[in-house]
Design a protein around this ligand. Structure first.
Ligand SMILES: [Zn+2]
Length: 331
């Protein structure tokens, strides 16, 4: 059974379509003041029990892996900032917002990220199962507010296949910064983590991810050095925003979901990429991963990376962060 390409990083149309009528339901209380990284989920409408359970599981998984943000980034939002940034994120995408029409940013501590989440009957194109990505980024470049939506009718099949938590982890990693915008935009003047974006040679250059990649077996240094290949097919929302499927196949952050029963490891390379973004991470929580037998990474690099499978590409529309959070300044 061939893999099916299912991930949609973000969807402008989905943002526009999915948030018009329901009232906000804050389920997770504001976190206590802490320097420890937190992922605060605020539901845009009452979540199904299955969706909330899976989200809770993913939050637990990723807050064990990401333990803090970089030193010095702002960790609180005043009431006036919360009000003005709320106005911004509520605007439609066409008017410079995130389309989070009923979202309200809480004032207070922001030691990590706030994610507005929703399971929804409609999400733009019928083929799109999820949209996720940053809405506001900090002055240091990392996301502070994000959006994560899933189409309700995909939740049960993913759960039946034992893939729901993995797919939601994949999407939440996009909100934390695993996407080409965060790879490429470093207001803190760190060298961009992406090189060759939009070309066949698009690749990730972070040193922690590279070191992890070089530990994979079978070791083929051309796979990981001088850079790690990012996806170069599939168009917007897939290319540049994932590891290259033709080489890394089962790894969680390629843009293709595996067949039922095939493990999608959250590898040391992905955890390394989070460290490259500036997060403090728990490297020991990486799942065992080996380069797929037959992927012939060197051959792919030399042959122009012909795709190793033919999953059906799904049209994807990307939204990116709409503003930078600067405490005390209007967005
Ligand atoms: Zn993705």
């Amino acid at each position: 059974m061939r893999p099916i390409r299912l991930f949609a990083l973000c969807s402008l149309m989905a943002l526009l379509a999915a948030c018009s009528s329901s009232s906000p339901t804050a389920v997770t209380p504001a976190p206590p003041v802490s320097t420890r990284f937190s992922i605060q989920v605020i539901y845009l409408s009452t979540p199904s029990a299955a969706f909330q359970l899976a989200m809770d599981s993913v939050v637990k998984r990723l807050t064990a892996i990401v333990t803090s943000g970089p030193a010095g980034y702002p960790i609180s939002m005043s009431a006036s900032d919360a009000a003005s940034y709320t106005t911004t994120i509520r605007k439609t995408t066409a008017n410079g917002g995130c389309g989070l029409g009923n979202a309200t940013l809480p004032s207070g501590a922001y030691p990590g990220i706030v994610i507005f989440a929703q399971d929804t009957a409609t999400l733009g194109s019928a083929q799109i199962i999820a949209q996720a990505g940053p809405c506001l980024v900090r002055t240091g470049g990392l996301p502070i507010v994000a959006s994560m939506r899933f189409r309700t009718d995909y939740l049960a099949p993913l759960a039946t296949n034992n893939q729901l938590v993995d797919v939601m982890t994949h999407e939440m990693l996009h909100t934390l910064g695993f996407n080409s915008t965060i790879f490429g935009t470093r207001p803190d003047s760190i060298t961009p983590l992406i090189t060759g974006a939009g070309t066949n040679a698009t690749a990730f250059r972070g040193s922690n991810a590279k070191s992890a990649c070089l530990t994979f077996s079978p070791t083929v240094s051309a796979t990981c050095s001088p850079t790690i290949p990012l996806e170069n097919i599939g168009g917007s929302g897939t290319a540049d925003d994932h590891w290259r499927e033709s080489i890394f196949k089962t790894e969680l952050m390629t843009g293709t979901i595996e067949a039922r029963g095939v493990k999608m490891p959250l590898s040391a390379m992905t955890i390394g990429s989070l460290a490259d973004m500036g997060y403090t991470v728990t490297a020991s929580l990486a799942e065992p991963y080996t380069l797929p037998v037959g992927s012939s990474p060197l051959m792919h690099l030399l042959a122009g990376d012909a795709p190793a499978n033919s999953g059906t590409p799904i049209p994807e529309i990307i939204t990116r962060a709409v503003a930078v959070f600067r405490p005390g300044q209007k967005p």
